[in-house]
Design a protein. Sequence first.
Length: 686
Amino acid sequence: MAQTPTKRVTSRRPVPKNSLSPLDPQLIRRAVVEDIYPEIDAGRFPIKRTVDEQVIVSADVHTDGHDMISAALLHRRKGEAGWSETMMTAAGNDRWTAAFAVTEPGRYEYTVEAWIDRFGTWRHEVSKKFGVGQDITSELLEGAEIVGGSLGSPTTGAQEQLAPWAATLGDTALSPERRVIVALEADLQRAMAARADRSRATRYERILEVLVEPVRARYGAWYEMFPRSTGSDHSRSATFQDAAERLSYIAGMGFDVLYLPPIHPIGQSFRKGPNNTLNAGPDDPGSPWAIGGAAGGHKAVEPSLGRLEDFDRFVESARAQGLEIALDLAYQASPDHPYVKDHPEWFRRRPDGSIKYAENPPKKYQDIYPINFESEAWQSLWLELQSVITFWIGHGVRIFRVDNPHTKPFRFWEWALGEVRREFPDTIFLSEAFTRPKVMKYLAKSGFSQSYTYFTWRNTSVELTEYFTELTQTDVREYMRPNLFANTPDILHEYLQHGGRAAFQIRLVLAATLGASYGIYSGYELAENIPVKPGSEEYLDSEKYQIRARNYADPNSLSELIARVNQIRREHPALQRDWGLRFHATDNPQLIAYSKRSEDGADLVFMVVTLDPLNMQHGYVQLPLTSWGFAPDTTIEVTDLLSLERYFWRGEWNYVRLDPQTRPAHLLSVRLGAPLAPEPAEPALP
């Protein structure tokens, strides 16, 4: 049966007058600002700088058509009402750039604003048309209107400054040539730029932040020391007074920061014995990380070290030696910690009601209770833990090495570190997080000043080059500052176990020159290299569980080399930053070559290091002469900062030979400036 076709009916109701919503005034803003650099996670986190550094900002700035455009970098200390601004300059391909300096610790803000430059557009058009002989009568009158339209500018002196220019441009009795000369005057351009119409300017959609910290957050040499082991008697704990006698030795090696593991009372319950045994003797000191006992918790001092007043004197003595004290911040508790009795709700419990101790299978830490950051009483807990930091700040500490931060909530760190910095913006936090790369990076974004790295496990030329290129030449550098510890109480890498004294020299030089911040744990200078068992990175007779008395006067000590390397670091600005690092080719994978150049370009140090601690290695290394400003066949002068020997190298490829027993590395200061006179017939080679 045939169906009747359906007829489509279209409604044609009249549109009432004034029913359309008014257009958003933002739509008329023609300038586009996008792809600002640096910007971390769409502005979620701040970039990092240290005092007196420059923040160089770039952005894509463009518009439709052929109009000229201008842009300004806006910047201020966070909390200030108004903006300071720096005009941006075109860098090609619609990329614009500018910079501002940060001068005090704290937070700064920045963003970018752009607008159509109507005077610049007119000036460019007049210049082009006049240059090809076109009639510009109308354009000159238009220019007079543009300049005259700025007479109402609130800027002081606008009437007196602009009126003569407007009159000249509009004076048809004058020749076009005379009026064009006025149109192109640089003074007029500057005056109009200062009075640009920015009523329709486009501002970037986000305000970005800079976390500014003390220089020590970027550069410094760290020495880790257990105060209880600074005496000469391994049967008793040394005191802060004893430890103070060791300060001149540490300062003499050129260190800037003295880091102390936890100094708090150590619990008795389940105390660990030597080499992490479960049965401690009556005189075993226990692990400093089992925090809390009858004498108190995180705001108290282990009685065997002395009293709080003794610690205060120790801090002052260190400061007098040019050393800053860094304290370990370990948020965990022994079963004897006052928190356990007073705030049991801050810990996790098993079904039988007992508190869970810490585990990292197969490792068990029966002497430590982890804190439950998600407890029902989390707010009081977080406030208490924050107060631990401010307590020690009140006792002269401004640097904290944070133990295992990756096992605590990221949001806690972002909140706690932020709150502390509101009152104490010069506080520095080092993240001890040997964990997954993305977790390490997120902790850095969350507010940690510095981060432990995978340096310990990067031992080949390829591994080192790839890893440090990532740290210094990618976006990671904007928020993550590496601190290269060559060893720690937990980590004795097999390279050090089997490479002998030369291995310790090699890793020292690498740590101190690849990174602006580096550290060693006491005993490194004595080349302590015996593991608790084959295949383990734990030390035999680990200082974590017992007192160690060392012979620091050992004639084989590396203390003189350490002192020399640290002196070189202080004398050469190139070694005090990470961003100037560049790697260079060699024809032998057992040799690694790299350079560092200071921000102003005036200081350049070229390093060649053998990676083989057992055998002599030799080969050719490539100098990037053209990028240094030399011709490819130039002869340059270099001075070995370790031996003070001087060499003349010609051309890009030069020969080196390194014996790890006598000379594991060259640290070469490159003489910059005019090329040298022709080289000797047989130049000396290192």
